[in-house]
Ligand binder design. Structure first.
Ligand SMILES: Nc1ncnc2c1ncn2[C@@H]1O[C@H](COP(=O)(O)OP(=O)(O)OP(=O)(O)O)[C@@H](O)[C@H]1O
Length: 788
C-alpha cells in the first residue's frame, strides 16, 4: 500500500503491534526454557523410575509401602507430563500470535466513566510483561463480544454478574500476516464485508479454518448462547453452521474452563471424512478437540457384538436404487420406522411387556438345565407389576444368582470337580495355601488341614467355572431381547393395528428376515436400541455436558428421543438445513429442525450463505421451495454452466477440458460429485486413465488437494473450489430427496459450478431462470460449441 494511502494511525499502530510481538517473543523464550526443563524432568523420572521406588513384596506391610511408593512416583510423573502438555499448548498458541497477535480493536467508553478503554482482540489473551495490563483480549472474553455484535455507537455486554453498557467510539480491523501489518480499516459495520470478502475469496482447503476474525453477529448468538438447554439452528447451505458449532465449542471450553473439558463434549458428524475435515479448527484456537463420531459409530457401540449393523450409506444406496418402485416395503419402512408413531407403537409394546410376553433363555451349566426359562418367566411376572421392567429384572438377577449359589454348593461335591483340581496350576495351589494359612491364624485346629485344602480347591474350581455364567446373568443375557422384539413383527396383535403403513405386512416379513439373520437394518437400529435399553434400563451418560449434532436434518425425533435418554444431562446444539435432508426418513415435519419439535428449544435461523459466490447461490436457491429465505453473500464469480451433449464420450471430453480450465485458474480442490457410489465408480474407472483422480467412499477418512470423485451424501459438510456434476440429466435427479441431494452437491462449490447432461437437464435446473446460468449444447467437441 502506498504511504499516502495509509491510515492516519498506521505508524502508531505498527509500532504497537511490534511492541506486542516483542512481548510475545519474550514469553515464548521463557516458556521454551520451562518446556525444556519439564521435558528433562519427565525423561529423568522415566529413566530413574525404579531407582526412586522402594520395592519389597515379601510382607504385607512392605507390599502396601511399595504400592504407595509406586503411586507417588506415577503421580509425580503425570503431574510433570501434564505441565509439559500445558506449556506446549500455550507455546503453540503464542507461536500463532507472534505472526498475527490480533485482528480487531474497539474503543469503548463505559457509561459513567471518563476514560475510554482500548480493547485489542485476538486468538488468545496476551498480558504485558508485568502481567497487569491486557495487550490482547481473547476473542471469547465477555467484553470482546461487542466487537461482533455492534457497529460504533451504543453497545453493551454481559459479564457473569452484570450488564455493562456504554459506547463504542471506534471499531478497527487489522490484517496482520507473518508479523507484518498488511492492512487496517475502520468500519461502521459489525464486521466489515471487506475483510469477509477477502477471506471467502480464498481457495478451499482440505481442512476447515477458524472464522474468529470475521464471526457475524447472528453466528455470535449461536456461539455465545448459554441459556438454552436445546438450541436449534436452521441454516442455509454454507451459512456457517459447522463453523459456528466449532467456535461455540471453543467458547464453552473457555467460558467454563474450570468445569468443562473437551472430552465432555461430543460432536456427531455426518461421515468420517468430515471428522478429519474439521479436526484442525479447535487446536488452531488452542483447544483440544471434542469427541467426534458418526451416528453409525455411536449406535454400533450401543449394540453388542451379536449384530451386524447396516451402514446408513448402504441404506441410502438402496433408497436411490429403489425409490422409483411404488410401495417398496423397505422404502416405506425407512420413513415409518424413524417416526414418532412408530416410537409410540414400540412404547405400547413395552408397556404390554410389563404384563406378559418377555422371552427368557434357559440357564444351563455344563450342558445341564439349571433354571428353565418358564421358571424365570413365572418369577418375573409374579413380581410387583408397579415396578419397572429394569427394576424387576434386577430382582430376577438376584434371584438367579441365589440359585447359582446353591448350585455351586451342590457342584462342589461332584467328581468332575476333583478331576479339574488336578488341572489347576501352581499359582492356584499357592493361593489356596495362603488362604488356608490365613484361616489357621485364627484357628488352632490343624487336624483337618487336608480336607480343608480340598474343599478350598473344589470351591475355586466351581467358582471359576461358574464365573462366565454369572457374568452373563449380571449382563441380563438370560433375557432374549431379540426374540421378544420380533413379536412386534410377528404377532397379529401388533401387526393388525390401525394407522400402520398399507404394506406393513410385507415390512414385518422383511424385518423379521433381517432380525433372524442378526442384521440390523439402519432403519431398525434406533428402535431396537431404544427397545432394548428400555428393557434393561438406560445407563445414562452423565459425564457428557454438550452434544452437538451437525446435519441434524438427517435425524428423526425418534433418534432424538434416544439421544435424550442416553445423555440426560447434556445440553444439545442441533444444526442443520432442511434443504439438505437426504435420508428417506427426514421430511420437514419429522425433522429435528421442525418448528413443531416438541422439546422446548430456542431457534436461530441463518439465512446468509457465505460459501459460494453470489451467482452460484442465486442459482441453487431458485430450485428450493424456501429458497427465497436464502440470502447470497455478495461475492462475484462466473455463472454456473450446463453442458448438454448426447454422446458419453463428448461429455467425458468436456469434463476433462473443464477440469483443466479449473486447474489453469489455480483451483486446487475440484470435486466430481455423483449421485450414487456406482455412478462415481464408473466415472472413476473411465476417467482415471486420463487424469489423476481420487475416489472417495464411506471408508475414506481424509482427502487431499486435487480432483476427487465423491457421492453427494459423502460430500456433506465439505467444500471445494469447483464442483462438477457429471450427470444432471432429467432422469437422474427426479424426486424430492434427489432435489435435496442435487442441492447439497451444487452447494459444495465455492467458486465454480458446472453440470453435464446427456439428455435434457433435470427439472431442478429448468426451474431456474435461464439468465442465472449458461447453457451450452455441444454437437462435436472438436467443431465447437453452440450457446443456446
Ligand atoms: N463468519 C465467517 N467468516 C468467514 N468465513 C465464514 C464465516 N461463516 C462461514 N464462513 C465460511 O463459509 C463456508 C461454509 O461454512 P460452514 O461449512 O460452517 O457452513 P455450513 O452452514 O455448515 O454449510 P453446509 O450446511 O453447506 O455444510 C466455510 O468456508 C466457512 O469458513
Amino acid at each position: 500500500m502506498a504511504e499516502e494511502n495509509k491510515h492516519k494511525d498506521w505508524q502508531p499502530e505498527k509500532q504497537r503491534m511490534h511492541q506486542v510481538i516483542d512481548v510475545i517473543k519474550q514469553k515464548i523464550a521463557v516458556l521454551k526454557e520451562r518446556a525444556g526443563k519439564l521435558k528433562k524432568d519427565v525423561i529423568n523420572i522415566r529413566t530413574e523410575f525404579w531407582d526412586d521406588v522402594t520395592v519389597n513384596i515379601e510382607e504385607m506391610d512392605d507390599k502396601i509401602e511399595t504400592e504407595a511408593s509406586i503411586k507417588q512416583q506415577v503421580e509425580f510423573l503425570s503431574e510433570r507430563e501434564r505441565s509439559h502438555g500445558q506449556v506446549s499448548e500455550r507455546l503453540s498458541v503464542l507461536d500463532r500470535l507472534k505472526d498475527s497477535p490480533y485482528f480487531g480493536r474497539i474503543d469503548f467508553k463505559e457509561d459513567g466513566k471518563e476514560e475510554k478503554d482500548t480493547i485489542y482482540i485476538g486468538l488468545a489473551t496476551v498480558m504485558d510483561e508485568k502481567e497487569e495490563e491486557f495487550y490482547v483480549y481473547d476473542w471469547r472474553a465477555p467484553i470482546a463480544s461487542m466487537y461482533y455484535d455492534y457497529p460504533p455507537g451504543p453497545a453493551s455486554y454481559e459479564t457473569t454478574s452484570d450488564n455493562i453498557s456504554g459506547e463504542i467510539t471506534l471499531k478497527r480491523q487489522y490484517i496482520i500476516r507473518n508479523g507484518e501489518l498488511k492492512g487496517m480499516f475502520d468500519t461502521s459495520l459489525t464486521i466489515g464485508d471487506h475483510l469477509l470478502q477477502s477471506v471467502l475469496g480464498n481457495q478451499a482447503n482440505t481442512k476447515m479454518r477458524n472464522i474468529v476474525s470475521t464471526i457475524q453477529k447472528e453466528q455470535n448468538k449461536i456461539i455465545r448462547n448459554e441459556r438454552s438447554k436445546v438450541l436449534v439452528i436452521q441454516g442455509a447451505a454454507g451459512s456457517g453452521k459447522t463453523s459456528a458449532a466449532l467456535q461455540r465449542v471453543a467458547y464453552l471450553l473457555y467460558r467454563y474452563r474450570e468445569t468443562l473439558t473437551s472430552d465432555q463434549i461430543i460432536l456427531f458428524s455426518p461421515n468420517p471424512l468430515f471428522s478429519s475435515y474439521v479436526s484442525r479448527v479447535l487446536p488452531e484456537l488452542g483447544e483440544n478437540n471434542m469427541q467426534q463420531m458418526t451416528f453409525y459409530q455411536f449406535l454400533n457401540k450401543q449394540l453388542d457384538d451379536q449384530f451386524t449393523l447396516e451402514n446408513p450409506f448402504d441404506q441410502m444406496e438402496y433408497y436411490l436404487k429403489n425409490n422409483r418402485k411404488s410401495n417398496d416395503p423397505r422404502i416405506t419402512a425407512m420413513s415409518y420406522k424413524a417416526s414418532m408413531p412408530f416410537k409410540s407403537l414400540v412404547d405400547e409394546f413395552l408397556t404390554n411387556l410389563s404384563e406378559e410376553g418377555l422371552e427368557f433363555r434357559n440357564i444351563t451349566f455344563r450342558g445341564e438345565l439349571v433354571i428353565p426359562k418358564e421358571a424365570i418367566y413365572q418369577f418375573f411376572y409374579k413380581l410387583d407389576s408397579e415396578l419397572s421392567i429394569p427394576a424387576r429384572l434386577e430382582k430376577t438377577v438376584h434371584w438367579i444368582l441365589r440359585g447359582l449359589k446353591q448350585l455351586e454348593w451342590m457342584e462342589r461335591e461332584k467328581d468332575w470337580v476333583l478331576e479339574e483340581t488336578e488341572l489347576l496350576d501352581k499359582a492356584d495351589y499357592v493361593e489356596v495355601h495362603e488362604t488356608l494359612q490365613e484361616e489357621l491364624r485364627y484357628s488352632e485346629d490343624t487336624f483337618n488341614d487336608f480336607n480343608r485344602e480340598e474343599q478350598l480347591l473344589r470351591k475355586l474350581v466351581v467358582q471359576r467355572k461358574l464365573k462366565p455364567l454369572r457374568t452373563k446373568i449380571e449382563r441380563l443375557q438370560f433375557v432374549d431381547s431379540l426374540k421378544t422384539f420380533r413379536h412386534l413383527f410377528i404377532e397379529p396383535k401388533w401387526k393388525e393395528r390401525k394407522n400402520l403403513p398399507s404394506n406393513w405386512e410385507e415390512i414385518c416379513e422383511l424385518t423379521d428376515v433381517y432380525l433372524l439373520r442378526k442384521t440390523l437394518l439402519w432403519e431398525d437400529a434406533p428402535a431396537y436400541i431404544y427397545f432394548e435399553k428400555s428393557l434393561f434400563g438406560f445407563t445414562s451418560n452423565q459425564s457428557i455436558q454438550h452434544l452437538f449434532i451437525d446435519e441434524a436434518q438427517d435425524y428423526s425425533p425418534f433418534h432424538f428421543e434416544l439421544l435424550k435418554k442416553i445423555f440426560p444431562a447434556s445440553r444439545m446444539t442441533l444444526l442443520g438445513d432442511i434443504n439438505q435432508a437426504i435420508y428417506a426418513h427426514a421430511t420437514e415435519e419429522e425433522s429435528l429442525l421442525s418448528e413443531n419439535l416438541e422439546e422446548e428449544h430456542e431457534r436461530i435461523v441463518l439465512k446468509r450463505s457465505y460459501r459460494s459466490t453470489a451467482p452460484i447461490t442465486r442459482f441453487t436457491k431458485e430450485f428450493m421451495d424456501n429458497g427465497h429465505l436464502i440470502e447470497a453473500f455478495e461475492r462475484d464469480g462466473e455463472l454456473p454452466t450446463v453442458f448438454e451433449a448426447s454422446q458419453r464420450r463428448t461429455i467425458e471430453d468436456k469434463i476433462i477440458e473443464t477440469i483443466q480450465e479449473y486447474l489453469n485458474k489455480g483451483y486446487e480442490t475440484i470435486a466430481i460429485i455423483g449421485k450414487t457410489i456406482e455412478e462415481c465408480e464408473s466415472i472413476h474407472k473411465k476417467m482415471k486413465k486420463r487424469m489423476p483422480l481420487h475416489f472417495i467412499n464411506h471408508e475414506s477418512h481424509t482427502f487431499n488437494r486435487g480432483i476427487v470423485v465423491i457421492p453427494a451424501y459423502l460430500a456433506k459438510g465439505i467444500e471445494f473450489d469447483a464442483v462438477i456434476i457429471p450427470d444432471a440429466s432429467i432422469d437422474h435427479y427426479k424426486d424430492e430427496l434427489e432435489r435435496n441431494l442435487f442441492y447439497t452437491a451444487c452447494t459444495r462449490a465455492m467458486h465454480e459450478l458446472s453440470m453435464f447432461t446427456r439428455k435434457e437437464p433435470c427439472r431442478f435446473i429448468k426451474e431456474v431462470p435461464a439468465s442465472y446460468y449458461k447453457h451450452y449444447k455441444i454437437f462435436h467437441i472438436k467443431s465447437g460449441q453452440h450457446d443456446t
